[in-house]
Design a binder for this molecule. Structure first.
Ligand SMILES: [Zn+2]
Length: 112
């Protein structure tokens, strides 16, 4: 099927909400991975600030960083294993969507 707007060929298309259609199954690992990465970015930013201020980050911050890195690795690995199923789930979700809208030109159309 076509994932482009038939009018302007933009890929910025969104399915119009259909309450009855199936929802894609988001793997739990992704729900852990995303906040872990955000938390890691935050901890790294704090560590850099400490480095700039020439202060020791302290064992709590170091410990927290190690824990978050481990959480990223574990959930990243789990997500990598969930990825094939997630792709299938997303594809069937995309295919079940009939009503689409283009965010570029506001064109609306129906598949099939
Ligand atoms: Zn368009």
């Amino acid at each position: 099927m076509n994932y482009r707007c038939p009018k302007c060929q933009s890929t910025k298309i969104i399915p119009m909400a259909s309450a009855t259609g199936p929802r894609p199954q988001v793997p739990k690992s992704l729900l852990i991975l995303v906040p872990s990465i955000l938390l890691l970015a935050l901890l790294l930013a704090i560590s850099i600030v400490f480095l700039i201020l020439d202060k020791s980050a302290g064992p709590v911050l170091n410990g927290a960083t190690i824990l978050v890195v481990l959480s990223c690795i574990v959930s990243g690995f789990m997500f990598w294993r969930d990825l094939p199923n997630f792709k299938i789930s997303m594809q069937s979700f995309m295919q079940s969507q009939k009503q689409w809208k283009c965010r570029e030109c506001q064109h609306e159309w129906q598949n099939q």
